[in-house]
Design a protein around this ligand. Structure first.
Ligand SMILES: Cc1cc2nc3c(=O)[nH]c(=O)nc-3n(C[C@H](O)[C@H](O)[C@H](O)COP(=O)(O)O)c2cc1C
Length: 195
């Protein structure tokens, strides 16, 4: 399948972030015909407030919503802060979750990956992110879980060197693409039936 666009969001704005490096690796190994763009500027989003939403929508929120809407699927790289996802990523998901009931994550094929320096490799942050995506009614890729543990041993100089992690990353990308293709087929069937 060609012409598939994946938007990638990193929960870290840190220079040298392990999670952003995972996304950069993902962009290099996506299946043929797939484009993966890494969103930049999540840190420019203000904290979510009703007063910045609606008619007076903050431009950065509009930019994020448009990018998610234009993508066939989303890949989230989830660092772990204090056993959960980072405020940076949670804030982005909060912005993307409005307007309620007709927001851009409804049914959106979405995969979660993560890296941390600990031996648990962001498992708690990823579980919390799954809960948030459940609230958003995103269509989440269930497996494989990509938990890059002890990242300092596996990521250096902008490269993910661990072969097992690379294989899992490739597999989760394939599953995300399969979900996108499946969704397209269902939409085509529904369209054919309606016409
Ligand atoms: C405020 C803060 C809290 C953290 N809490 C956790 C944690 O609960 N579990 C964990 O595995 N690592 C924790 N870490 C370590 C980060 O996961 C680690 O720094 C990781 O590299 C951050 O992702 P990044 O490299 O993509 O920026 C914490 C780091 C910070 C700054």
């Amino acid at each position: 399948m060609s012409d598939i666009k994946i938007l990638a969001l990193s929960g870290s704005s840190r220079a040298g972030s392990y999670n952003t490096t995972l996304l950069q690796t993902a962009a290099r190994i996506v299946p043929k015909g797939v484009d993966l763009d890494i969103y930049s500027g999540l840190e420019k989003l203000p904290f979510y407030s009703d007063e910045l939403d609606g008619e007076l929508l903050h431009p950065e929120a509009g930019r994020l919503r448009a990018a998610v809407a234009a993508a066939d699927g989303v890949l989230l790289a989830v660092p772990e802060y204090n056993y959960s996802l980072t405020a940076l990523l949670k804030n982005a998901l909060d912005w993307a979750s409005r307007p309620a009931g007709r927001h851009v994550f409804l049914g959106k094929p979405t995969a979660i990956i993560g890296a941390s320096s600990s031996i648990l490799g962001t498992v708690r942050a990823q579980l919390h992110t799954r809960d948030v995506l459940h609230a958003l009614q995103a269509d989440v890729v269930p497996r494989p879980e990509v938990l890059v543990t002890q990242a300092a041993h596996k990521i250096a100089n902008g490269q993910l060197s661990d072969e097992t992690a690379r294989a899992l990353l490739a597999e989760v990308l394939e599953n995300l693409v399969r979900k996108i293709e499946h969704k397209r087929i269902l939409a085509k069937v529904a369209q054919d039936r309606a016409s």
